[in-house]
Design a protein around this ligand. Structure first.
Ligand code: SF4
Length: 725
């Protein structure tokens, strides 16, 4: 019987839904959505229900520090005390710093939107290194960079439930964002018009009034053609555009190159469909747009996002009720992605300028950019070659680089070449297998963290429900302990990590909000007041104070500032690679490479799949139960995936997810060197010239080769997680 219900926030993905943790004494009974939560209003997914407890009680969990005693990847470890582990790590990092300088040590985390990101970033800065790797070059980065340049100030929020027309581009919210999915269905039920642009017939496409199965990689041409229609037919919000936008004439000129007929040839969407979609979006207000990771990790990702965000500005759907909102700042709240920008946490400019990739991608790596992160492929290259300077040590927390970065082989080579690799994790992953030191991390139910709600602005709290298992520590605690050991050796150069407990850290995040952690623990969230049309008070966050169709900042860095289409490089592939491979398709069961050892998740999806149109499958003599080798045109190793026949993809398109591994399988890669599509996908070059994302990580050219059944059985040996509890 439930005796206590604790309001909290799910942190198993970045949607951050409000949750209720139901307890019977000290036993967790279940986790459900919190209907009172202003951001998620009860929306909750299967991951949020299952993953937090399964992660905490995972039989594979490692809850003490270890040091590698065999060769890398041999799986031979010795248990250490925390004091021993931290002493030895500090010693090793000290040697690297003395020999190569602080910049030779890099940090890596999945995202800076959690305390772990801030902890790793500021630990590196304490040492004097500006080098932090994040995974957002693969997801979010291009869209957020465009939003910062054009004037939204960050990824715009959307007010889907109040919109009368919704455009969804390159995203399947039914798998990746339960809050958006719930709001889209609610809006549709109230009569909103739904327009979906996606090469796949996703759940949201099936619900749509109009589904445009765009040719992969050509979305920018489609957006520019819609801009052309709207401007030619005078469907734009003239008053808003004249008052609040710059570069309209230049945009009109650029869009003139993309008449619906031209765009039809590029995108394979009939001209009439393009015209009707543009009219549909522009003729009803308010309209809201969902831009997904389908347009990230392309050669033209920032420009594609800029083109769609320009559609929002043209139609006046900016920071108005039911449209796309500005990022709402909560007075005094120090959001993880922002407070590292405060002068007291910054490094001297001469050091920040050394960030790897900064010279080539200043709008990704530089201060004041969305990411302020190193360019991952350039760091991996620096490890392998010493160019532009050596990187010899790495501290990786909560991210499985081997499975989530493209070109797995190069990542493994780079990590294996380090003098010292430290990995903080809750389980042994293919990345941790390569480490010199393993540090045990807490899981979601053992940590307290604070965020701003994504859908509806509010302060939302993830509560610590349990004490950590074994000797596990939070990232903030690990960073504090490691900083102390580094300080004892005189290795801390900059006082940018001033906290001595996780509680102190969280108090600092809240300090100026006039609220306290203890108050938040009662409710799990605090609603905030916010208004619309902030630009009328403070202008847009651009040099001109207006929405810039051709961002001046892009021009000042020597880029063509106007959105444009670019022919995807994979279209030049040799003829035998006649299929377009889409990667990164989201799953209800998994978040990136996580949960592959959770039985609840494996019951939903137990194998890495590739979706193939039945006609294509018949042509290639592939049947339902077959496995296929996926070979891309990039001369990388091939990946083995199970065929799933479905007409949700066109005949020339195949689609798969990302990050597959079999935790139960022997060997340091745990099957990922065969079954993870990341082995076959390039991490560039070429890159998006603005944000540095790899050009062919999301879409590339491939061919399929049916695999021999005997070979598949041999390769699958050991992939046998029992599915019953
Ligand atoms: S979408 Fe699911 S996993 Fe993500 S925060 Fe919400 S409940 Fe958690």
């Amino acid at each position: 019987m439930v005796t206590r219900t604790i309001p909290s926030t799910c942190t198993e993905c970045t949607v951050q839904c409000g949750s209720l943790v139901h307890m019977e004494g000290d036993r967790l009974v279940k986790i459900t959505g919190n209907r009172s939560h202003p951001s998620s209003r009860g929306a909750f997914c299967v991951k949020g229900m299952n993953a937090p407890l399964a992660s905490r009680t995972n039989p594979n969990r490692i809850t003490y520090p270890m040091r590698r005693i065999g060769e890398r990847g041999q799986g031979k470890w010795r248990r250490l005390s925390w004091a021993e582990a931290l002493d030895q790590i500090a010693e090793r990092f000290g040697e690297i710093k003395v020999k190569h300088g602080a910049t030779a040590i890099a940090g890596a985390c999945a995202t800076f939107n959690y305390s772990r990101g801030t902890a790793v970033r500021l630990l590196m800065r304490s040492l004097g290194s500006p080098n932090l790797l994040i995974n957002q070059d693969m997801c979010h980065g291009a869209r957020a960079t465009a939003a910062l340049l054009s004037g939204f100030g960050g990824m715009p929020g959307n007010e889907l439930s109040k919109a009368t027309v919704i455009m969804v581009v390159g995203k399947s919210p039914s798998e990746s964002d339960i809050v958006e999915w719930t709001n889209i269905r609610a809006a549709k039920a109230q009569g909103a018009r739904l327009l979906v642009i996606d090469p796949r017939r996703t759940h949201v496409a099936r619900l749509a009034d109009r589904w445009l199965a765009v040719k992969p990689g050509t979305d920018a041409a489609l957006a520019l053609a819609m801009i052309h229609v709207i401007l030619t037919e005078d469907l734009h919000d003239r008053k808003f555009v004249e008052t609040w936008c710059t570069g309209t004439d230049e945009l009109r000129e650029r869009a003139r190159n993309y008449t619906p007929d031209v765009a039809a040839r590029i995108t394979t969407i009939p001209a009439e469909e393009i015209i009707e979609t543009a009219r549909s979006f522009a003729s009803t207000r308010p309209g809201s747009m969902v831009l997904g990771h389908g347009i990230d990790a392309q050669e033209n990702g920032v420009m594609t996002a800029l083109a769609f965000q320009s559609l929002l500005a043209l139609t006046g759907n900016v920071d108005r009720q039911g449209s796309n909102r500005f990022v709402k700042q909560v007075p005094g709240f120090r959001g993880h992605s922002y407070f590292c920008n405060e002068p007291r946490f910054r490094l001297p400019a001469a050091i920040e300028d050394k960030i790897i990739g900064g010279a080539r991608f200043p709008l990704w790596c530089g201060s004041g950019t969305y990411a302020q992160a190193a360019h991952n492929p350039s760091v991996l290259k620096a490890i392998r070659t010493g160019d532009p300077y050596p990187v010899r040590g790495m501290y990786v927390s909560g991210t499985n680089l081997v499975c989530t970065y493209p070109d797995q082989q190069s990542t493994v080579q780079a990590l294996s070449a380090l003098d010292t690799l430290v990995v903080a994790s809750d389980v042994m992953t293919p990345t941790a297998e390569l480490a010199d030191f393993f540090l045990p991390k807490t899981t979601a139910l053992e940590e307290e963290d604070l965020f701003i709600g994504r859908s509806e602005p509010c302060i939302t709290l993830a509560q610590q429900i349990f004490s950590p298992q074994g000797e596990a520590k939070t990232d903030v605690e690990i960073a504090i302990s490691l900083r102390e050991k580094l300080e004892e050796r005189g290795l801390i150069e900059f006082d940018v990590f001033p906290w001595s407990s996780h509680r102190e850290f969280n108090d600092y995040v809240l300090e100026d909000t006039k609220g306290s952690l203890d108050e938040l623990r009662q409710t799990g969230f605090r609603s905030i007041d916010y208004g619309y049309e902030d630009y009328k008070k403070s202008g847009f966050r651009t040099p001109s104070g207006k929405f810039e169709f051709g961002p001046g900042k892009l021009k000042s860095y020597g880029y063509d500032p106007l959105p444009d289409y670019k022919i995807p490089s994979f279209l030049g592939a040799a003829k035998q690679f006649d299929l377009v491979l889409l990667t990164g398709v989201r799953s209800m069961a998994y978040h990136h490479s996580r949960f592959r050892d959770h039985r609840w998740a494996r019951r939903i999806k137990n194998v890495p799949e590739i979706t193939i149109n039945p006609t294509t499958a018949a042509r290639l003599k592939i049947s339902k139960e077959d496995w296929v080798w996926v070979e891309t045109h990039n001369h990388l190793p091939r990946a083995l995936l199970k065929a799933k026949l479905s007409d949700t993809v066109a005949e020339n398109v195949v689609a798969t997810g990302m990050g597959w591994w079999y935790p139960e399988m022997a060997g340091s890669s745990h099957g990922s060197s065969v079954f993870n599509i990341g082995v076959a996908v390039s991490y560039g070059p070429p890159f998006d010239p603005i944000c540095g994302s790899p050009a062919e990580a999301r879409n590339t050219a491939c061919r399929l080769v049916p695999a021999d059944r005997g070979e598949v059985e041999a390769l699958l040996e050991g992939a046998e997680l029992p599915l019953t509890d």
